[in-house]
Design a protein around this ligand. Structure first.
Ligand code: AMP
Ligand code: MG
Length: 418
C-alpha cells in the first residue's frame, strides 16, 4: 500500500486555492509500485509501468502512400510529361520485388513496398495510360512524393510510449504496431467508498419518509471506475462513531485510498471527521471552490482518506479537483492538467473574487459558428438535473468577479474530466 506520513497534507492557511491543493497532492502522494502484465486490449485505461521502446521502425519498410506508379526520380523531366513503359505489379504485402529498371514505372498499390531504385510515386488519379499501355505522367511532381520512408513515424529504438501514460485506444494501437501482445501496467488503485448519513437509503432498499436514496456513492464509484480503480463498496455508514472508526481502521490496511461523501462540514454531526481524528490524522481543507464547501483529507495508518461534501454537485466538482489528481498520483500517472477550452459565455453571472467557481452549462453553436455556453437556469448544489442536462463546467478563475454575454470563458466538457 502507499504509505503517507501523517503531516503530508498539513496546511495552515485559511483557504486553499484549487491549484495549491492539486500541487500538494501531487507532491505528497507516493505512487504504488506493484505492476502486472495485461493483454493489449485490457491495457486500455491502465497506467503504463515502463517506457516502451520501438522494437522496429514504423513504418517497418518504405512503402507507397497511394495507388499509382512508382518511378526513379532521375528518369523524370520536371517540366514536361513523361511516358514510361509499365513493368510489374506490386501489391500490399508483396514479398519479393525486383529493382525498378531505369526508364520504367512499376504499378504499385497503397502500403506496398517501394522497389529498390524507385523513390517517387505518381497517384493513379493524376496519370493516364496511352494506347500502347505506357503510363503518361504529368510534369511537376516533387521527387520523394507519395512515399512513406521506413521509420518516418517512429524510428527503431525511440521511446514510443512513456511510463505513466494513461493508455487510450491510440496507445493500444501503437503497442500493437510494435508487435506487442501484452503491456506492463501499474496495478489498479484500490479505493474503499462509503456514504455517511442517517438520511440515506440504498437504492433497492426500503426508504423511510425523511430519507433519500444514496446517489453520490454510485456517482463516485462510476467516476473511480473510469479512472481505472478497483472499488470496495462499503455502503452507507450510519452516524455511529465507534463502528465507523473501527471500520475505517480495518479498511485502511486493505486499500490505497478511502473515499467518503457527506458529513464533512464543520459544526454538524460529523462522525467521519471525529472517527478519523480518533484513529488517524485529519486535515480540513477549506478549498476556495464553489460548489464545494470543505473537503477533508486524512491519513489513517499511512492510507489517505478524502471526505467529499454531501451535496451531489459539490461532490462531483471536488472529486474532479481532489480525488482525480490523488488517484493519478497513486498510480504514478503523468499529470493530466484540466484544459478548459475557449467558448463564449451566453449568460450574465456575478461571483466573489478570490475563489474558483464552476458553472454548469450546455454548449450550442451560435449563428456565427462559434460555441456558446448557456448556464443552467438554477444554481443549487443539490440539483442532479443540473449535471444531467448540461454538457460541462464553465471555469471562472479566482480573479473574475463578473461574466457578461459575449465574454470568453473556459469550458470543461464532462467527457474531459475523467
Ligand atoms: P452533508 O455534506 O452531509 O451536510 O450533506 C449535504 C446535503 O447532501 C444534504 O442535503 C444531504 O442529504 C445530501 N447528501 C449527503 N450525502 C448524500 C448522498 N450520498 N447522496 C445524495 N445526497 C446526499
Ligand atoms: Mg450529512
Amino acid at each position: 500500500m502507499a504509505q503517507l506520513s501523517d503531516d503530508c497534507f498539513a496546511f495552515g492557511g485559511p483557504m486553499m486555492s484549487v491549484d495549491d491543493a492539486v500541487g500538494l497532492i501531487a507532491t505528497s502522494v507516493s505512487a504504488v509500485t506493484d505492476t502486472e502484465t495485461v493483454l493489449l486490449l485490457d491495457s486500455d485505461g491502465r497506467v503504463l509501468a515502463r517506457n516502451v521502446t520501438a522494437p522496429l521502425p514504423l513504418p517497418p519498410f518504405t512503402n507507397s502512400a497511394v495507388d499509382g506508379y512508382a518511378v526513379r526520380s532521375e528518369d523524370i523531366t520536371k517540366t514536361t510529361e513523361n511516358i514510361l513503359p509499365v513493368v510489374g505489379r506490386i501489391q500490399a504485402g508483396a514479398a519479393a520485388y525486383e529493382p525498378l529498371k531505369a526508364g520504367h514505372a512499376a504499378r504499385i498499390f497503397t502500403g506496398a513496398p517501394i522497389p529498390p531504385g524507385a523513390d517517387t510515386v505518381f497517384m493513379q488519379e493524376d496519370v493516364r495510360i496511352d494506347p500502347s499501355g505506357k503510363v503518361v505522367l504529368p510534369p511537376g511532381l516533387r521527387p520523394g512524393a507519395n512515399v512513406r520512408p521506413a521509420g518516418e513515424d517512429i524510428p527503431q529504438g525511440e521511446i514510443g510510449l512513456r511510463a505513466g501514460q494513461r493508455l487510450s485506444p491510440q496507445h493500444v494501437a501503437l503497442a500493437a504496431a510494435f508487435g506487442l501482445t501484452r503491456l506492463k501496467v501499474v496495478r489498479r488503485i484500490r479505493v474503499a467508498v462509503f456514504s455517511t448519513g442517517n438520511e440515506l437509503a440504498a437504492p433497492g432498499e426500503a426508504r423511510a419518509g425523511a430519507q433519500l436514496f444514496d446517489s453520490n456513492r454510485f456517482m463516485l464509484m462510476a467516476m473511480l471506475r473510469r479512472l481505472g480503480c478497483e472499488i470496495t463498496d462499503l455502503g452507507i455508514v450510519r452516524d455511529d462513531l465507534t463502528s465507523l472508526a473501527g471500520g475505517l481502521k480495518k479498511v485502511a490496511g486493505e486499500c490505497d485510498l478511502i473515499l467518503t461523501t457527506g458529513g464533512v462540514s464543520t459544526g454538524e454531526e460529523d462522525h467521519v471527521k471525529a472517527a478519523v481524528e480518533r484513529i488517524g490524522t485529519l486535515v480540513m481543507w477549506r478549498m476556495a471552490i464553489k460548489p464545494g464547501r470543505p473537503v477533508a483529507m486524512g491519513i489513517i495508518g499511512g492510507t489517505p482518506l478524502i471526505g467529499l461534501p454531501g451535496n451531489p454537485v459539490a461532490s462531483f466538482v471536488t472529486f474532479v479537483h481532489v480525488v482525480r489528481p490523488t488517484v493519478l498520483a497513486l498510480s504514478g500517472a503523468l499529470p493530466e492538467p484540466l484544459m478548459p477550452m475557449p467558448v463564449r459565455a451566453a449568460f450574465t453571472y456575478k461571483k466573489k473574487p478570490g475563489r474558483r467557481e464552476y458553472v454548469r452549462a450546455s454548449l450550442r453553436k451560435a449563428d456565427d459558428g462559434k460555441l456558446e455556453a448557456i448556464k443552467f437556469p438554477r444554481e443549487g448544489a443539490g440539483l442532479l438535473s443540473s449535471l444531467v442536462e448540461t454538457d460541462g463546467l464553465v471555469e471562472l478563475g479566482e480573479t473574475i468577479s463578473r461574466v457578461e454575454p459575449g465574454q470568453g470563458v473556459g469550458f470543461l466538457p464532462y467527457a474531459s474530466l475523467l
